[in-house]
Design a protein around this ligand. Structure first.
Ligand code: C2E
Ligand code: MG
Ligand code: MG
Ligand code: MG
Length: 280
């Protein structure tokens, strides 16, 4: 009896796996046409200076509106795009759209674009970014590339060369999701990072958990020692922001300051003496 029960469970497991694999293939198939069918769009989330509250830039986040499923989370479709190689054309589309948009802003705010490990290890990333900057007229200093440490581990030496070349163009490089995944302190000196983004999972309890607070304080100290500004991700409450203010954290991003949204929704944001961040 135990044996047949076990087999039954196994079959159930197998059937579930089959459904997941099929569903993934269906999504991959649909994703293949998503750019051409105009199903992808970008949302923007403000990044602000903690001390002054001023917005200095936006992170670009990709959205996929599937014709029948509705919005599919990047947590689902980005891994599919990476494994299928579709992240290359999709990532190129994101870069071009984001730089074109930012080049239109009346104020020289920064635009931060997430770049996957697959893109970092592709041979044409540097010439592609060079071409996009030339084509859109965006000043290289206004483009920030967000990369996770996990994105660099496949071929660290090659990733190092690519990041150095990007830096030579004048592009900024931020380490995304710091403290999660394959975090290693040696990465902070092995790669030419300009900024550290502390993962939101640390910010959630920074004001209520002494251990989390100690970790975040250490990362801020690390950033200070290395001359790298630190941005706190996922700030949702005034208490979290107050903690960051008290600890002299340079920058923050999160639902408290603004949820990711259509760029036109941020037209009310102004820069001192310069007016709206968006084009007139
Ligand atoms: P990420 O780059 O770390 O982006 C931050 C994520 O946190 C975003 O999720 C954002 O919507 C969310 N977030 C921002 N503020 C808060 C907050 O206060 N609370 C909470 N709970 N969440 C907050 P999203 O848009 O779902 O993106 C998830 C991940 O997908 C991104 O993490 C990034 O790794 C990836 N991704 C998104 N767009 C792109 C893209 O264009 N290219 C690549 N390669 N990856 C992308
Ligand atoms: Mg990011
Ligand atoms: Mg992140
Ligand atoms: Mg909290």
């Amino acid at each position: 009896r135990a044996k047949s029960e076990g087999r039954g469970r196994y079959r159930f497991f197998e059937a579930t796996m089959g459904a997941q694999v099929r569903d993934r293939r269906l999504l991959e198939h649909d994703l293949r046409h998503a750019v051409a069918r105009g199903e992808l769009h970008l949302v923007y989330q403000p990044q602000s200076d903690v001390a002054s509250g001023e917005v200095f830039g936006f992170e670009v986040l990709l959205r996929w509106r599937h014709p029948t499923r509705g919005l599919v989370s990047p947590a689902i479709f980005i891994p599919i795009a990476e494994e299928s190689g579709l992240i290359l054309p999709i990532g190129e589309w994101v870069l071009r759209e984001a730089c074109r948009e930012a080049a239109n802003w009346t104020n020289p705010l920064t635009v931060a674009v997430n770049v996957s490990g697959v893109q970092i290890h592709a041979p044409n990333l540097v010439p592609l970014i060079q071409e996009v900057l030339r084509e859109t007229g965006l000043a290289p200093e206004r483009l920030e590339i967000e990369v996770t440490e996990t994105a660099l581990i496949r071929e660290p030496a090659r990733a190092q060369v690519t990041l150095r070349q990007l830096k030579a163009l004048g592009v900024r490089i931020a380490m995304d999701d710091f403290g999660t995944g394959y975090s290693s302190l040696s990465n902070l000196r092995a790669y030419p990072f300009d900024k550290i983004k502390i993962d939101g999972s640390f910010i959630r309890t920074v004001d209520t958990n002494e251990q989390t607070a100690a970790i975040v304080r250490s990362v801020l100290g690390l950033g200070r020692g290395l001359g790298m500004p630190v941005l706190a991700e996922g700030v949702e409450t005034a208490e979290e922001l107050n903690f960051l203010l008290g600890e002299n954290c340079a920058a923050a991003q999160g639902f408290l300051m603004g949820r990711p949204g259509d760029i036109s929704g941020f037209a009310h944001l102004t820069h001192p003496a310069k007016g709206s961040v968006l084009a007139a």
